[in-house]
Design a protein around this ligand. Structure first.
Ligand code: T4K
Length: 400
């Protein structure tokens, strides 16, 4: 009999610096009484990030969603944008807020990013850009997307919300495409409580993004465009500065966790692991996705998800449902039936992974999954939970 965890093991858990270090940083903020509006810590953070990513053009924001929303506006993108249905809904929201029509095309089955062949087939005279997502931090098909974008004169943007720290052939993922957006939300591998970063090829964008995130102000008495307020503050920058120093250590901790999961899960019937990153990729191990094969495993993904909750293991179904299946996006243009994205959304489960998740706890999570698979696990839930969101779920009573 395996006991449930005493405290919930959540899918993500933020890394934190020591309280003492943070307090020292806070004292500086108190002394300066400068809290936001491009303060010295934000400037320092920007400069350290430029070095970390080897990118010349960087702009910081209060969160990733507003960063991408402003990027689309600043770059003047209009009309149709080809994008993925398999993402967090914020990707699509940024298009909607710019009155751009998302055109969803299917993903490839290996790393779940936009399938370049589908992208090319969906291009029309109205297409202005491609917005791809490095899902779980695994790089998209960079070269093929670049070639398509060049051939048709399209802008290429990456939602790199999951991909901070990733490198391809020794080059930061921040340097691909016309622009990339990174999320520094607390649930990410690296964070600044909330936060967002844009990296971009054209240095001219910097001025535009600076206007747009600060009400469009030029000096004290002129407003040159109707901007919004999306500035990063000093507290966010302090958190980011302290954690950036620990990036290598954090990636290594996650690599070890990922490796242990892989060793153990490979032996469980019906659990399929996502392909290992290519040799050319320095991966950040941002998420721990698995596919559940209902026939082989003996339960659906949703049953496993529910049964894990009874053991206090709060896995998540990132990304289910698909974006075009949300009420607010039903009826939008999709190119075909999106069979790969639909299959993946129906069987994906992201297991807990965070820097200080103990390897013993990883073993226990795997023991629980094994136990559930062998048919003796708690619950043996047969209810159809498929249309419920995580927050709507009412847990069934455990049957021991
Ligand atoms: N594009 C993509 C592809 C994205 O994945 C995201 C965000 C964005 C764009 C937008 O970037 P931001 O505007 O957020 O910078 C979470 C995050 O809020 C969101 O940032 C993230 N993607 C998405 C995939 O996940 P929820 O609603 O699932 O988070 P929540 O509150 O349920 O937290 C997840 C787990 O983390 C919980 O089990 C508990 C734990 N947790 C969470 C927080 C906030 C903690 O332990 N401590 C915390 O402070 O959206």
């Amino acid at each position: 009999m395996i006991k449930p965890f005493e405290k919930p093991i959540t899918a993500a858990r933020p890394a934190l610096p020591s309280l003492e270090e943070f307090q020292i940083g806070l004292e500086g903020i108190w002394d300066r009484a400068w809290l936001t509006n491009n303060g010295p810590l934000v400037e320092q953070f920007r400069s350290n990030l430029m070095e970390f990513c080897g990118a010349k053009n960087i702009s910081l924001f209060v969160n990733g969603t507003l960063a991408l929303q402003i990027a689309l506006q600043g770059m003047g993108i209009t009309g149709d944008v080809i994008t993925t249905p398999y993402t967090f809904v914020a990707t699509t929201h940024t298009l909607f807020w710019n009155k751009i029509r998302p055109v969803f095309v299917d993903i490839e089955p290996e790393y779940y990013s936009l399938d370049p062949a589908q992208v090319e087939a969906a291009i029309t005279p109205w297409t202005s850009a491609i917005l791809a997502v490095h899902v779980y931090g695994q790089p998209c098909r960079l070269r093929e997307l670049e070639q398509i974008a060049r051939k048709y004169g399209l802008k290429l943007l990456y939602d790199a919300a999951h991909a901070f720290g990733v490198e391809v052939d020794g080059t930061s993922i921040a340097q691909f495409g016309d622009l990339s957006m990174f999320s520094f939300h607390a649930t990410k591998i690296f964070h600044s409580i909330e936060g967002g970063m844009l990296t971009f090829r054209d240095p001219e964008y910097r001025r535009l993004f600076d206007y747009l995130k600060n009400f469009g102000f030029e000096g004290e008495t002129e407003v040159v465009m109707p901007g919004t307020n999306a500035k990063m503050n000093e507290f966010q920058a302090l958190m980011g500065l302290l954690l950036l120093r620990r990036m290598d250590e954090m990636m290594e901790a996650r690599r070890a966790i990922n490796e242990r999961y892989r060793e153990r899960l490979a032996l469980i019937p019906g659990i399929q692991l996502v392909s290992q990153p290519a040799d050319t990729v320095r991966y950040n191990y941002a998420y721990m996705p698995i596919e559940v094969d209902e026939k082989e495993f003996g339960q659906t993904r949703d049953q496993l998800y529910m049964n894990l909750r009874e053991y206090n293991v709060l896995a998540r179904r990132y990304f289910y449902p698909l974006v075009p299946d949300y009420a607010c996006y039903r009826g939008l243009v999709a190119s075909g039936n999106l069979p790969v994205a639909r299959r993946v959304a129906s069987c994906i489960l992201t297991l807990p992974i965070y820097n200080d998740l103990a390897l013993d706890d990883v073993d226990r999570i795997c023991d629980i999954i094994e136990h559930i698979q062998s048919g003796t696990g708690r619950g043996a839930v047969a209810v159809n939970y498929s249309r419920q969101t995580d927050s709507e779920l009412i847990l069934p009573v455990a049957q021991s």
